[in-house]
Ligand binder design. Structure first.
Ligand SMILES: Cc1cc2nc3c(=O)[nH]c(=O)nc-3n(C[C@H](O)[C@H](O)[C@H](O)COP(=O)(O)OP(=O)(O)OC[C@H]3O[C@@H](n4cnc5c(N)ncnc54)[C@H](O)[C@@H]3O)c2cc1C
Length: 307
């Protein structure tokens, strides 16, 4: 079921239908707080009122033309300027995707690095950071190379590793050095069994192994999951290692478990919520549907109620 739903993410016919259909939008609102920079900043203000940080993602993956890539970069620069001007840069950083910065264009590694460096410089100028999301396994090497290249000039650039990939234990060792901001997540893409664990129990086990490596390392682990068992294991491990509260953070996606965000923040942990915004919400939304069958039910009910 999960793979069928993920397959929809790249189906242009289904995409055109969903985007043009208002009931779908009503369900999307749960996971995407809005389309504009103002909507994103409002979400940061609301979260910060509860002591919760944000990482803002301007939706627009797989940008296939120079114009689309340039528009993405321009929006990130505008967003960072406003975070600084409106006194919110202590509460929010940005998350960017290599595919939105031009990785798929000719000479993509050079183009995406140049764009990532511009965004990192703008973030640095207002006192915040950038994390480079991880996409499907074909781009893992290129994305880690991008993170490492950005870190030469901006050492606080964050990277992301996906526990479901069989290679990730080695990558955790590579990204657990001093100061290394590394988000560990399960992985949201439809990956083949040749490179990825496909059973839920195996992915969980791999996540725990990654967590142990990162929490024992000298970096700044960013524990990205909604899974109650993994959150509990992380808390126990943090206690055991006596890790200072400013040396790691928990991360959740906007709209998935708001109660858990507040519970973790009230327990004294740094919590950061991943806030996507923009008009190009389709691919992100389909991945959220694939993660939980009840989300799919929400959508079906919304469609039926207007039919
Ligand atoms: C901050 C953050 C950043 C991320 N960045 C990336 C990235 O760069 N690359 C990437 O591939 N993936 C990324 N992901 C997604 C991640 O890989 C998983 O696909 C996603 O987090 C679901 O896995 P889970 O660990 O939450 O556990 P799951 O097994 O999916 O969920 C465990 C429990 O959490 C709750 N839950 C989980 N998801 C939902 C949902 N959508 N709606 C409602 N309840 C839910 C349910 O109670 C569920 O039983 C990110 C996730 C987070 C939290």
């Amino acid at each position: 079921m999960k793979n069928v739903v993920l397959g929809l993410a790249r189906n242009e016919h289904v995409k055109r239908f969903a985007v043009a259909f208002p009931p779908a939008r009503a369900v999307v609102d749960r996971f995407v707080p809005g389309e504009t920079t103002d909507d994103a900043l409002d979400a940061v203000r609301r979260l910060s009122a509860s002591g919760i940080h944000a990482t803002l993602d301007h939706l627009g993956e797989y940008a296939g033309t120079t114009e689309l890539v340039d528009a993405q970069v321009a929006e990130y620069l505008r967003l960072l300027e406003r975070l600084g001007a409106e006194g919110l840069s202590g509460w929010a950083e940005v998350s960017v995707k290599a595919s939105a910065l031009g990785l798929a264009l000719p000479d993509g590694q050079r183009v995406s690095l140049a764009n990532a460096l511009r965004i990192c410089a703008a973030a640095d100028a207002v006192g915040t950071t950038v994390t480079i999301d991880m996409e499907d396994h074909a781009d893992t090497d290129a994305t880690i190379a991008l993170v490492e290249a950005c870190r030469e000039e901006f050492p606080r650039t964050g990277g992301v590793l996906q526990a479901m990939l069989k290679r990730t234990t080695d990558d955790c060792l590579r990204l657990s050095g001093p100061g290394s901001r590394t988000r560990i997540c399960k992985g949201a893409y439809d990956e083949p069994a040749s490179v990825a664990h496909t059973k839920s129990a195996d992915i969980k086990r791999a996540y725990l192994t990654c967590l142990r490596i990162l929490l024992r390392g000298d970096g700044y682990p960013m524990i990205a999951t909604h899974d109650p068992a993994l959150i509990k294991a992380a808390q126990e491990y943090l206690d055991l290692l006596d890790r200072p509260v400013d040396s790691y953070e928990f991360q959740l996606l906007y709209g998935v478990r708001p109660g858990e965000e507040r519970r973790l923040a009230a327990a004294g942990h740094t919590v950061r919520v991943y806030v996507p915004y923009g008009t190009d919400w389709y691919g992100y939304f389909v991945r959220r549907l694939a993660e939980k069958s009840s989300n799919f039910g929400l959508l079906v009910r919304a469609l039926l109620s207007r039919a």
